[in-house]
Ligand binder design. Structure first.
Ligand SMILES: CC(C)(COP(=O)(O)OP(=O)(O)OC[C@H]1O[C@@H](n2cnc3c(N)ncnc32)[C@H](O)[C@@H]1OP(=O)(O)O)[C@@H](O)C(=O)NCCC(=O)NCCS
Length: 419
């Protein structure tokens, strides 16, 4: 997409510069990587293999905004499948949004994001998600993204984890364990709204990046696994970075934590991921006997945000996935031009059909595809009032589940606030 409007040229303010938003060409990739390294403070030698080694690398998904032919803003689109109740739904992701420092504050990243939405709309995506530093959440909210969850980093001192004799039950990960790990992962994530589906290509990539431990029953059945990477922190200490840990029972938890706590000369174990998973890991540390509260630290890192790309696709995806839902739920929309919010409520009418409050969805959607719209069920943040409303509207049991997961939070939405 090219724009007829102009950007000021610092050397000759009167001269209009053409603004163009498009996919990158292969010869422009190293400029993009340099722009990203400069913006995110990444070392080029570390970033290079990650950038080019992405198993889903696709030139079409490297999007840039060019001013007078110079790349000043860029981002990467990714494609994934996410569980929405019992079905998988395609979702787009956006990462690595950045603008050359000298060109910031001129609306270029906003423009690139909005053009990218049109690109994703043509590809029929219902939703697009991203992770953002908390300071940038308002920036994305202005463009219609809504916070739906948080990422958290938790850390524990290795020495605070009791060593159990049960640790022997955990063996080092071997390539032959991978099919069983995949199957346990599938079993524990299938149908959990908001969880990503991992296909074979992604598993191959994961397997190349990590080490791990597995716990098996005498029968050979896998009851748990922990995948991790080793790295050194800023003071040079070795740290075990858990990338994923799943355990069917307490014995598996005990064995995995004991083994992780004994890795090499590591002084600490860290995990960064969805708040819910970090909370589960902290709860399991308590179960395995970490009693010193000060041994565990946790803080919020990035916010997870999601936005409707196409309301019609979002409604269809939601309806297709809601046959077992017997409670009303809502999709809210934000119109950034008007600065107003609107909601679509979807409720069962008792006959197996689901009714969209007000007009028929198609009428309501007609002509409104560029309006910013948002979100529904699943992995909702418990900290925002709007998410609480959606949470209460989307599932009867959601509040009980959330209350169990976040015992320090107080839950409750008055009847008047419900959709
Ligand atoms: C965030 C970033 C992409 C914005 O690019 P941009 O082209 O300047 O964006 P726009 O001009 O469309 O919007 C600018 C708005 O971004 C927001 N913003 C940018 N940096 C911010 C920061 N550190 N904290 C809070 N808000 C910030 C502000 O709301 C700003 O509006 P203002 O100029 O009125 O203050 C750019 O600052 C950047 O590259 N930062 C470093 C990399 C990064 O953190 N990327 C985000 C990854 S999620």
């Amino acid at each position: 997409m090219s724009y007829p409007d102009t950007a000021a040229d610092a050397r000759s303010p009167a001269k209009p510069l053409r603004i163009e938003v498009r996919a990158l060409r292969s010869g422009e990739l190293s400029t993009m990587l340099n722009l990203m390294c400069g913006s995110f403070g990444m070392a080029p030698d570390r970033a290079h293999p990650l950038f080019y080694g992405d198993p889903y690398f696709n030139l079409q998904f490297k999007r840039g905004l060019f001013v007078g032919g110079k790349l000043v803003s860029c981002l990467t689109v990714s494609e994934g499948m996410v569980w929405l109740r019992s079905r998988l739904m395609p979702i787009a992701g956006i990462a690595g949004v950045c603008t050359d420092e000298q060109f910031r504050g001129r609306g270029y990243a906003s423009r690139l994001l909005l053009e990218t939405l049109k690109f994703l709309h043509r590809k029929n995506y219902p939703f697009v998600g991203l992770y953002a530093d908390p300071s940038l959440v308002p920036f994305y909210q202005r463009l219609g993204w809504q916070p739906i969850g948080q990422q958290m980093r938790m850390a524990v001192f290795s020495r605070s984890i009791p060593r159990h004799s049960g640790a022997n039950a955990a063996a080092s990960l071997q390539p032959s364990h991978l099919p069983a790990i995949e199957s346990l992962h599938r079993e524990m994530t299938t149908g959990l709204s908001g969880r990503f589906y991992r296909d074979g290509k992604r598993w191959d990539w994961v397997a190349k990046q990590v080490q791990g431990f597995v716990v098996k029953l005498g029968s050979g059945e896998l009851t748990g696994y922990a995948l991790y990477r080793l790295h050194h922190n800023s003071t040079g200490d070795e740290i075990v970075e858990i990338t994923e840990m799943m355990a069917r029972n307490e014995q598996a938890e005990i064995a995995l934590w004991s083994r992780l706590a004994s890795v090499g000369g590591a002084v600490g174990i860290q995990y960064a991921g969805p708040l819910e998973d970090a909370v589960r890991l902290i709860q399991s540390l308590h179960r395995v006997g970490v009693e010193d509260e000060a041994a565990i630290t946790a803080h919020q890192t990035t916010g997870m945000l999601i936005r409707v790309v196409s309301l019609s696709q979002a409604v269809s995806a939601t309806l297709a996935n809601s046959s077992s839902v017997h409670h009303p739920f809502a999709i809210t929309s934000r119109d950034w031009a008007q600065g107003s919010n609107e909601s679509v409520t979807i409720k069962p009418d008792g006959s197996g059909l689901r009714v969209i409050a007000g007009k028929h969805a198609a009428d309501w959607i007609e002509g409104r595809l560029d309006m910013i719209t948002l979100l529904l069920t699943g992995n909702l943040s418990v900290h925002s009032a709007q998410s609480r409303q959606l949470l209460s509207a989307s599932s009867q049991g959601a509040f009980e589940q959330a209350a169990a997961l976040y015992p320090w939070e107080r839950f409750g939405v008055s009847t008047a606030d419900r959709f």
